[in-house]
Every structure is written in structure tokens, then in C-alpha cells.
Ligand binder design. Structure first.
Ligand SMILES: Nc1ncnc2c1ncn2[C@@H]1O[C@H](COP(=O)(O)OP(=O)(O)OP(=O)(O)O)[C@@H](O)[C@H]1O
Ligand SMILES: [Mg+2]
Length: 219
């Protein structure tokens, strides 16, 4: 098996009739760092949601390591989402009442991860947040908050990370640091990435780019 994800002929028609995806094919091989690029409204977020099992296609199939995720029960899908894939969004969705360290430890508890404390500390060091362990999200910059979100995503040791406009709320200098971290995780830990962005300046980071326009892949 050489691919992690394979999607065939994906259509997404929202209940109001909007055809957000019109027959998209997509393959992600292990260790790839793929960009999904295209103008606003072209279907990038929709595609990320379908590939990551967060939403179901109207037509077409998504295979994760040869398993058809549309045939998974809700419980299997939840386990799949918890174990194999992680998500990073434009808005960080941190738990506001908890510190940086606690935000990671709570994921550790949820997933039943052993040595969660040590793992969280190691990740926060990697993410250059060791001096912010006991701060709460509102005390952090946007880039720092996104790095906490990355730390949470990494607690589960995912095979794939999906990121939807992960630097959309961050200035360019901080955004580059986030992409440098992604690249390092990709190269050193072999984590595959699927990243949606409409920022052309980020295209040089990707091994491969899928271009979307009006719900159709043009490459
Ligand atoms: N829940 C929904 N119901 C109806 N239409 C939707 C829904 N979500 C998205 N759309 C529409 O589907 C199309 C694709 O949207 P999508 O969010 O996937 O685009 P995008 O490429 O991520 O855009 P952006 O760069 O602005 O984030 C758009 O026309 C959008 O208006
Ligand atoms: Mg989007």
C-alpha cells in the first residue's frame, strides 16, 4: 500500500443546492506535504472536511489506508479521527480557561496517552513554548496560540495532519515559523500534511499542489 488517502470522484452538494465539489480525485502518499490552493469559495475547506472524515460526500468515496471511511460506524469514525488524523484550523479552538500545558494534558487524558506529561513538555519545547506553560490562551500571540494547537494535534502522533488556512490569522513572519515547524515534522517524523491556503507565498513549502477552481481540480 503506497497511499494514505485516496478519494475518488468526490461530489459535495450542500442542502441549499451549492455544488462545492464536482468530481474531485485526490491521492495522498505517505510522507507527502500537499497544498490545496485556489480562490475563496473554490472548495478547499469542503475537500479538507471530506478527506478528514468530518463531513460526508454527496457522492464518491474516501479511502484511508484502504478502508472506505463511509462504511465506518460512528464509533469507528470517532476512533479514526482520534488516532490517525489531526486537524489545525484558522481559529485555534483552545480551551480558554486552561493553561498551555493543560490544553495538551487534557488531550492526553481524552486519548489515554501514557506519559502524557513528559510528552506534552517535549512537544512544547519543540514548539518553543516552554516559557509559556502556565499562560492562558488570551495571554498569547496568534502565532503562539497556533503553536499550542499544533501541540495538541501532535499528542496523538497522527499519520496525517489536515490544516485549513492555519496561518490565516497570523502575520507573515509568524506564519513562516508555523510552516517551518510543519516541514520539520514532515521530514523528521514522516507525518503527511494536507494544507489548504490561498496564500501563494506558501506554495514553495509544498511537495505537490492541488489547484481547485469552482469545485474542480485543475491539476
Ligand atoms: N454549509 C454550507 N452550505 C451551503 N454552501 C456552503 C456551505 N459551506 C460552504 N458552502 C459553499 O461551498 C463553496 C465552497 O466553499 P468552501 O468553504 O469549501 O471554499 P474555500 O475554498 O474553503 O473558500 P475560502 O478560501 O473562503 O475559505 C462556496 O460556494 C461556499 O459558499
Ligand atoms: Mg476555506
Amino acid at each position: 500500500m503506497e497511499y494514505v488517502i485516496k478519494a475518488e470522484n468526490l461530489w459535495k452538494i450542500y442542502p441549499d443546492g451549492t455544488k462545492a465539489l464536482r468530481g474531485v480525485n485526490f491521492t495522498l502518499r505517505k510522507g507527502e506535504f500537499v497544498g490545496i490552493m485556489g480562490p475563496s469559495g473554490s472548495g478547499k475547506s469542503t475537500l479538507i472536511h471530506l478527506l478528514g472524515g468530518l463531513d460526508k460526500p454527496t457522492q464518491g468515496k474516501v479511502f484511508f489506508m484502504e478502508r472506505d471511511i463511509s462504511l465506518m460506524t460512528e464509533e469507528e469514525l470517532t476512533n479514526f479521527r482520534r488516532g490517525k488524523v489531526a486537524y489545525i484550523f484558522q481559529f485555534y479552538y483552545l480551551l480558554e480557561d486552561f493553561t498551555v500545558l493543560e490544553n495538551l494534558l487534557l488531550i492526553g487524558d481524552l486519548l489515554g496517552i501514557k506519559s502524557a506529561q513528559q510528552k506534552a513538555l517535549d512537544l512544547l519545547t519543540l514548539l518553543r513554548l516552554s516559557h509559556r506553560l502556565n499562560h492562558k490562551p488570551y495571554q498569547l500571540s496568534g502565532g503562539e496560540q497556533q503553536r499550542v494547537a499544533i501541540g495538541r494535534a501532535l499528542m496523538a502522533e497522527p499519520t496525517v495532519i489536515f490544516a485549513d488556512e492555519p496561518t490565516g490569522n497570523i502575520d507573515w513572519e509568524e506564519g513562516k515559523k508555523i510552516f517551518d515547524i510543519f516541514k520539520k515534522l514532515n521530514e523528521e517524523k514522516g507525518i503527511s500534511f494536507v494544507v489548504a491556503t490561498h496564500n501563494p507565498e506558501l506554495s514553495r513549502y509544498f511537495n505537490r499542489i492541488v489547484k481547485l477552481r469552482d469545485g474542480v481540480s485543475t491539476v
